[in-house]
Design a protein around this ligand. Sequence first.
Ligand SMILES: Cc1cc2nc3c(=O)[nH]c(=O)nc-3n(C[C@H](O)[C@H](O)[C@H](O)COP(=O)(O)OP(=O)(O)OC[C@H]3O[C@@H](n4cnc5c(N)ncnc54)[C@H](O)[C@@H]3O)c2cc1C
Length: 396
Amino acid sequence: MPDVVIVGAGIVGAATAYYLAEAGARVEVLEATDIATGATAASFAVDVSRVKTPRLLYDLAVAGTREHEALEGAWGAAPWLHRAPTLEWAYATEGRARLRERVARLRSWGYPAEWVSRGEARDVEPALALSGSAPEEIALFPQGTWYEPTVLAGALLDRAQTRGARLHVHDSVTAMETVQGHITVVRTATGRRISADVVINCAGPDAAKLAALAGTRLPLRRVPGLVATTTSNRTRLGTILHAGDLNVRPDGDGRLVLHSWVQDAGLDLYPESGDRVDKAQRLLHQARTMLPGLADAEVQEGRVGVRPVPPDGMPLVGFTADVDNLYVVVSHSAVHMAPLLGRLVARELTLGREDRLEPFRPTRLQGDDEHEPLDESARNMLAMVTAASKGPAHGR
Ligand SMILES: Cc1cc2nc3c(=O)[nH]c(=O)nc-3n(C[C@H](O)[C@H](O)[C@H](O)COP(=O)(O)OP(=O)(O)OC[C@H]3O[C@@H](n4cnc5c(N)ncnc54)[C@H](O)[C@@H]3O)c2cc1C
């Protein structure tokens, strides 16, 4: 069994640690801050299967859903997992056409999707008050899920530790000594020096910085996003809503989480707290127009996270070309994907090459930073953020 050092204790590092420890590997996890405080803590955190393309990535996402369910089965409970139907509509003509195309494609792929009228949408979600500008055609995806990623990351790491994994928080990896393309020692801020058969880069949005410490390049886009959490309120939302550019989901205890692509546009990587509060207030204002129960709600928190987005939008999983024992696990939409990726990575490192990971090797992107995203949702995200940053936009 390999000795493994995992750098990063977000959802990806936590899942990778859990499955490797389960498989019998010796695991040390090094985390610069605390567990699940990076992108994982600022995620909208819903099942992303309905937006993923090409077919290869969609299939991976659907398998990602199954993996959360498998964990639920294995552990006998899943306090991080909340099933809720998803309602989605677009206001602009182009956005409606894209949604129609997507619903048709998803149906042809066997994913449950149907059209409902505004009245039927209200039956599904009584908290909704749709204005005249909402279209008559609303997509209903009965199998939505939202996750509590910090709860899942904590549970994965607790279980990894009961299987012998060692977790060191507030200890950043500051250097990696390499000899002829092989990491011999990982050094940390507190003076640890650790040797391992494999070093796994689970540093999320900082994965390129970490790779640079070992003398290799990892092409990665960093796309900041803001989620606002409301105070507890009367809305009692039972669905996940994607209304033009506005996304809303429940967050337990009567709170809601709000996100908007347009608000993300031009978002600074390290916004002033005033800017963060301002954007969060605008989200709440926007959400109130369709959810009257939010009338008395306030913004509890506006949190900014940075999405790690490989240039082609597909996960990066595997050994790097220049450093033979540096293994990367980085993905956008990784709250959804982490349990599956973690399990496949553990199988690969303990049992041998995992065919399902072949299409996602980091070596595919050698010297190719300007790759057009193959994943339509990543393409749309980048287009929306870029377009909206050039001027006002009015939904998809
Ligand atoms: C606004 C927003 C909305 C999103 N919506 C969704 C969604 O709906 N569904 C979905 O599945 N995903 C979504 N995502 C993406 C998802 O949140 C990320 O893909 C996922 O959280 C990445 O997890 P991670 O563990 O790779 O990174 P992180 O959670 O950032 O963890 C990386 C960890 O590495 C540590 N680290 C970095 N460098 C070092 C070092 N040198 N030494 C030690 N530790 C180090 C960091 O401190 C950090 O804790 C969203 C993200 C954002 C920001």
